[in-house]
Design a protein around this ligand. Structure first.
Ligand SMILES: [Zn+2]
Length: 278
């Protein structure tokens, strides 16, 4: 059953974030998506098969003047061209995402089933600093790992952090074949130097313990890498290593044909240089 949950968070200075959770499957946080708006600024725009619900959320508030995309993935960017047309704006996206968004990109069948297919969209590159309607700044922070283009938004005045898919899960068990674990860990390390009070995650929700959660995630990944590297030094094969740390392969490994698998995570854990994370 689809869920449509509403979110609200207001800073003492009056700045308000509203959100709505959309999704056609109620299969946990990774199969549905929260679209957030900070007044007239929309941060990501949800999957294309949820446009009807995203549209009514947008129409319930002030007119949208800007759309900032965190990365090209279809759950984040799926409605960008529709939002652009509806409000006469050009969405802004990380420079590394622009070509994919303009030309289209391959989406595995399972993801198409969950999110639908995004329409192609022409974007403008995000600047290092973007601004809310009242002039407050949002710093665009490149945080590759989950995707090469992933960019988070940090609002220093409010100490708010829009995490794209950087946070997502504290204890990763799977990794997509196009993810880069070493980069993900370096991105977490970089973000943990910021003074963050609230994390806005498009899958988990609004999390006031989000910074501690990202620290937990980094610690978990460091442990995972240590264990995987120790097991390899003791002669375990990749399959044995994966089984020992994460247990046997589950449905997802098969359904995604290895695109999203436990073995991907362990394979990458073996090549992480822990000294540069430390
Ligand atoms: Zn993503």
């Amino acid at each position: 059953m689809p869920i449509r949950q509403h979110y609200q968070h207001q800073h003492a200075d009056g700045t308000l974030v509203e959100g709505v959770r959309v999704g056609r499957l109620n299969g946990g946080v990774t199969s549905n998506f929260i679209v957030y708006r900070i007044g007239s600024v929309l941060v990501d725009c949800g999957p294309s098969n949820q446009w009807r619900h995203v549209k009514s959320f947008l129409e319930s508030g002030p007119s949208i003047e800007q759309l900032w995309l965190t990365h090209h993935h279809e759950d984040h960017s799926g409605n960008a061209s529709r939002v652009g047309r509806k409000y006469g704006l050009v969405p802004k996206a990380p420079i590394q995402a622009q070509q994919k968004l303009a030309r289209g990109f391959r989406i595995p069948a399972i993801q198409q089933l969950t999110w639908g297919k995004p329409q192609r969209v022409i974007t403008e590159p995000l600047a290092e600093k973007e601004y809310l309607a009242n002039g407050d700044e949002a710093i665009a922070i490149h945080t590759p790992g989950h995707a090469k283009d992933l960019t988070c938004f940090y609002l220093p005045k409010q100490r708010w952090f829009f995490s794209g898919d950087l946070y997502l899960a504290r204890a990763l068990k799977y990794m997509r074949s196009d993810e880069n674990l070493m980069e993900l860990m370096l991105s977490l390390k970089k973000v943990l130097t910021l003074d963050i009070e609230v994390v806005f995650c498009p899958h988990r929700g609004i999390d006031e313990a989000g910074k501690a959660g990202m620290q937990d995630k980094l610690n978990y990944l460091i442990e995972l890498c240590k264990n995987a590297q120790r097991n390899q030094a003791q002669g375990l094969s990749l399959a044995e290593n994966t089984f020992q740390i994460l247990g046997k392969p589950e449905m997802m490994d098969k359904v995604s044909r290895g695109n999203f698998s436990k073995a991907n995570l362990i394979r990458q854990a073996l090549s992480v240089d822990l000294q540069s994370i430390g």
